[in-house]
Design a protein around this ligand. Sequence first.
Ligand code: ADP
Ligand code: MG
Length: 458
Amino acid sequence: MIVRLAREVWETALGRLQVEVTRHNYETWLKDTVGLEYSGDVFTVGAPSAFVAECLEKRMTPIIHKTLKALLQREVTVTYRVVHAGIAAQDDGGLSLRAPAPAAPARERSRPQGNSLNPRYTFASFVVGKSNHFAHAAAVAVAENPGHSYNPLVIHSGVGLGKTHLLHAIAHHVQSKGLQYLYVSAEQFTNDFVSALRESRVEEFREKYRSIDVLLIDDIQFIAGKEHSRETFFHTFNDLHLASKQIVISSDALPRSLPLLEDRFLSRLEGGLRAEILPPDLETRMAILTKKAQQMHIAVPPDVVDFIARKVPRNIREMEGAFNRLLAMAQLTNQPLTLDLAAQAVADLPTVAKRPATANPQEIVSATAAYFGLTPDDLRAKTRKKNIAHARQVAAYLLREDTNRSLAEIGQLLGERGHSTVLRAHDKIAYELNLDAELRKQIGEVRDSMDQRRSQSA
Ligand code: ADP
Ligand code: MG
C-alpha cells in the first residue's frame, strides 16, 4: 500500500509540476521519476540516475516540496533514490520508470524520438461506457488493422476524458505486433521540426516520420497557431496517408473549430473517422473508480465510490485526483475509507456546475480584472508579470467555461493571444482547481461578483 500510494501521489504531483516548471526542466529532470515510498513524513522519489537525483535535489526540491505539501496537506520531507529498470514492470497502476536507455544501435538512434508510453494506459484498463464506446471501438479497430480501417482516426473530447489513454493503448497494441509506431505530442512534433529547421535537417526529419507504420499525434490543437509546423504536419500527413500508414490524432476541440484544419486538410480528415468522447455517465465513472481500486488491490466501499463519482462528474483526471487524495488521507490518518473521510477529501472541490453559456465575455474580462485589482487593459497587455498572468489565466478559464466563445475569440479578448496559449491557461487553472482551495475561492468570488452586478442592474 505504501508503495502504490506513493506512486499515485507522485503521479498527481507530476501532473501539477508539469504545468509549473518549464517544459525543458520537466522533460530533463522529472519525466522519468517515480514515487517510491511515503511513510512517516518522508516522501521518496525514484530517479533514473545519480545525476538526475542530484540535480533534482539541488534545483527542484523547493517546488517538489511545495507541490507534495499542497497535495498531501501536511509537512513532508523529500528524499531521492536512484532506481533501476524493472520497477516499471510490476505495473499495478504505477508510473512508468523508463530504464536508462542502453546505447542504441545506430539504426535505432536515427528513429524519431517519441514521448514515452504510460504502461497503465492500455485497452485492458480502459472502461467502456456509453460516453466512449464509439471512440473505443474505433481505436481497437485501428489498432488491429492499422492503415486499413479508419484513416485518419481523430479522437476528440474535453480535457481529462481519455484521449491520451486511447492513443497509448493503440500504441501498446501495435507495438506488440512488431509495428513501428511513433507517439508524439503536437508540441513535440513542433519542437522537433523547429530544431530540424535550425540544424538544416528537414529532409532527415521528413524521412524519419515517413518511415513509421503508425503515427499518433496527441493534442493537435497545439499545432494550430504555428504556420510552419502546420505546413510540415500537412506534408507528413500526406506522405503517410498516401502510403496507407495509420494516423491517429487527438484534439480537445472539434476539428472544425481549429484553424489548422481548414480546407484541404479538413477534407482529408473527413475521409477518415472522427470519434468523440463525451463526459462519462455516473455508472461509467463508478466503474472507472472500481477498476482503479482493484488494480491497486484496495477495497473501497461502494457508497464511497458512488460518492466520489457523483462529486467529480466532468473530468476523469480530476475524479482520479480526488480519489487519490482520499486514499492518501486514509493512509495518513490511519482511518478506514468511510463516507465521512470521502466528504473531507472532496470538501473544497469546486461544486459550481458548468454554467449556461450566457455570460457576457466583456463582463468576465472586466470582473476578473477588478477582482485582482487590475484593469482590462492590464489583462490585454504583453506583460508576463506574475499577478497579471494569473489574472489573465483565470479570465481565460472563465471565458472558456462560462461562454461559448471559440479559443480564437477568447485570445482576441485577452489581447491577441494565440489559441494554444488560451487553451494552456484554461487547462492550467482547470487542473489546479483540483488541488488549490485558494484558487477555487477566487473563481467562485469572481463569478459571484458578476452575479451581484447583474442583480443590481436588474
Ligand atoms: P485526455 O487526454 O482526454 O485529457 P487522459 O487520457 O489523460 O485524458 O485521461 C485522464 C485520466 O483518466 C487518465 O488517468 C486515464 O487513464 C483516465 N481515464 C480516462 N478515461 C478512462 C476510461 N474509460 N477508463 C479508465 N480510465 C480512464
Ligand atoms: Mg491528453
